[in-house]
Write a protein that binds this ligand. Structure first.
Ligand SMILES: [Zn+2]
Ligand SMILES: [Zn+2]
Length: 186
């Protein structure tokens, strides 16, 4: 699975680099690289009243980028603003299930957001977990009941911290099969 990491607006440099390093260790047969271009945050994604951005509008733009970019099977957008989706106060990310595009937001992943001591390693580990989860959705995986599985739904950061950055056996199998299908010549 050829995966590109796309910054949407200003994003701390180290996060895309850490993702490029971490994701191929978790997904089988996967190569990952940072896309040089940066996507501008779509102006119409800002919901002024709530001072948050609509993740579905942004995801749509990432999908358009992915559709025009044959070099990648999947494009993961990384954004550093607060995002929400319809019916939810906030989300850590969103993805097409299945599809080519995914998005994660770093906004609520820093320990200092929760008045905890700043920690780059915790910040990075949360970003990796959210990235694996959303890319899992793009491979057709749905939410998993197992609390430790990366496909378990995170209602809050506590759920994210409880999960491993790994799939349960069944989800790993499904992800591997989906990645295998990508590798088939057309
Ligand atoms: Zn999910
Ligand atoms: Zn699972």
């Amino acid at each position: 699975m050829k995966t590109g990491i796309l910054s949407v607006g200003q994003v701390p440099r180290e996060i895309p680099l850490e993702l490029v390093h971490a994701l191929p260790k978790i997904f089988p047969d996967t190569a990952c690289s940072v896309i040089k271009e940066t996507l501008t945050i779509p102006a119409d994604s800002l919901a002024k009243k709530r001072n948050q951005y609509n993740s579905s509008v942004i995801l749509n733009q990432i999908n358009a980028f992915a559709a025009n970019n044959v070099d990648f099977d999947r494009v993961l957008g990384v954004i550093d603003v607060d995002v929400f989706a319809f019916g939810l106060n906030y989300v850590f990310g969103e993805a097409y299930t299945p599809g080519k595009a995914a998005l994660i937001s770093l906004w609520r992943l820093r320990p200092d957001f929760y008045d905890e001591t700043p920690s780059l390693s915790i910040f990075v580990s949360r970003a990796v977990k959210e990235a694996v989860h959303e890319l899992g959705h793009t491979l057709g995986l749905h939410h998993c009941e197992k609390v430790s599985c990366i496909m378990h739904f995170s209602k809050s950061i506590f759920d994210t911290d409880k999960k491993q950055s790994l799939f349960c056996g069944q989800d790993y199998l499904q992800a591997s099969l989906a990645i295998n299908t990508l590798a088939q010549p057309p």
